[in-house]
Design a protein around this ligand. Sequence first.
Ligand code: C2E
Ligand code: MG
Ligand code: MG
Length: 679
Amino acid sequence: TILFCVFKFQKWDSIQLIVDSIFITVAIIWLLWILLFDKQYSALGFLSQDSIINTLSIITDVVQLIVITIWYLSIRAGKIPIFFRIVSGAIFFYSILDLFYFYSIWKSTYTPNTLLDFGYAATLLGLAVGTKLFYVQFPTGYKIQSKSNSNIGHLYKGILMFAAPILVVIFKGFVWFDLFFFGVLILFHETFSSYIQTSVNNMALLEREQTLNQDLEMRISERTHNLQQKNEELIYLSEHDQLTGLYNRRYFIQRLDQLVNAAAPNKKIALLLWNIDRLKGINDTYGQSVGDKLIAAIAMRVNNLTEEKDTLARLGGDEFVLALEGVTEKKAVESFAKRIIDVCGTPITIGQYTFHITVGMGISIFPVCALDADTLMKNADIAMRFAKDTGTNGRMSFYNDIDAVIKRKRLVASYLKKANFAQELSVHYQPQFCIADMSLVGMEALLRWNCPALGEVPASEFIPIAEEENLIIPIGNWVIDKAICQISSWNHEYNTNLKMGINISPKQLDQTDVLEVMNASIHLYNAEVSWIDIEITEGIAVDNDDKAARMRQFFQDQGISISIDDFGTGYSSLGYLNMLSFDRLKIAKPLIDRIAIDETSVKIVYSIIGLAKSLGIQTIAEGVEAKEQFEMLLDFGCDQIQGFYLGRPVPPESFQSTFLSNGFIEFPSTSISVTGLSL
Ligand code: C2E
Ligand code: MG
Ligand code: MG
């Protein structure tokens, strides 16, 4: 019992228990001494007759009784395990019975085998049951859980102390010495107890404060941890692209800025910028989620190529960027860039679809191409657009390499803006022949620009610039007027029905001006609509856009024929020809170039001609330069031919003298004479 109490209570609780035990034991022994023995020392004689063991037994019994009582009065109910209640209860009753036994011995009234002996047996059974219960309830051993101060029952013990003098008064009357003795006992007990209780309460308060503090600290550290976690999450979100998990634009720009500013002398940084071709089309056709998966797949593939120190980011949409710190020499960067283009190009399967992605990439290197992050990015972007526009070098270009090109472009644009059309522009004409009888069927009007400052600028160079700068509209109108004037004059003069091919760029088709200009020239020069053939590029020809379709319809309603220029170089398929009606296909020069050397091109050209024939569309081969090409095309059943082999683009006067006035043409290597000019 004492052990339990010592474990159960802390320091001050144990002291309270000891104080209670001492004082109450003294009080009760004194009480018993008065009540039972009448303070007669002779009464103790019976003890001395027996062994010292009996004396000790009686003392133990009394102490046990008192301690258990005090303990019961000291501890709040509900906290003591049931086994302990039974055990302590058994000891309690055992002690009472034992005392009664000694009492009956003293009074010589003891008779064996009475209720007393049964009581003994019952208390022993109680002990056994309690112990068994302990093992059942706590198979792994009992551990005291509560460490809090709980010895608060000193009021009841006080009452117990008061009971002693009251009992003395009741049974023995006022014995002043005894009452004084009890008074002193009670006084001392109260003094000690109140001191101990104050300490107990102080300790309790202190402990409470400590637990509160600990609790508070725990909460604060938990909150801090949560905040840190949230903060880290926020930082991650603000720096990363959600779809791909790569860095985002904001972070990348910051990082590049840091890299550039902190770069040691001789340190290089390569910036690779690329975007996916025609992603919008994929999104529109297959849905946004497929487009997203494509982007994520590409991000993952490229990420696998990079190293820790490289910074890879998605700038948004279909655009990615990579800052390389390790690989910076041009050759190495080039082969790294090629690896990226290759992994992007490896077919990607999403669900039931397989995509063959192409990308265009621009590269700029610090400090060669730019000295700050912004310009470095801008230059990579320029290089990327250049690579995509020109499709050169595996669709990648270094800003340094295109620098000169860009400058030249700006220069050309500035002169073109100031150009005096009448003085600087002219139109050359290239003949087109019917392959079967080598008769002239028409010519293509090809614009020439003789810039006073730059000299002759090729059409392939200045036409795209004119398109970009929106200058193609006035220039195109000027060509339309010139060409219609020319064909009208030739057809009237030679009484022929030759067709004038006029190139019309997409930008011109975007505005209705071109129709009015054409009509005006037709009326002005008294031309026939059937003398005009407009050449539009493949992309525009098959564009399903309403406006383009209306334009085509308009030309055809008017009786103006339409040729599809450079057929076979774009992305459209022969399938489109079923849906759209055109008058003529111009098979692109790159295809014609390869027919003499490449079996696939032969098949393509052969099937284009076959299909066009079956649809009633005429075919003309562009850029025919050699005899073998000419003969193969003749074999394939191509209708018409245009190229240096039969005639270069020339000024109107020489066209007239070479192809019109003579009525006879000496072909460079075939020597076929043309006797008549007929369609
Ligand atoms: P295009 O319409 O495909 O014109 C044919 C181009 O091929 C012409 O180049 C012509 O000189 C060239 N060519 C023809 N036969 C041969 C050949 O046998 N060998 C080689 N190597 N080249 C040959 P050009 O005159 O430099 O024109 C380039 C492009 O510029 C034209 O391609 C056309 O798209 C555009 N263009 C020319 N004039 C005009 C115009 O007045 N308006 C518009 N919008 N574009 C024009
Ligand atoms: Mg053309
Ligand atoms: Mg062409």
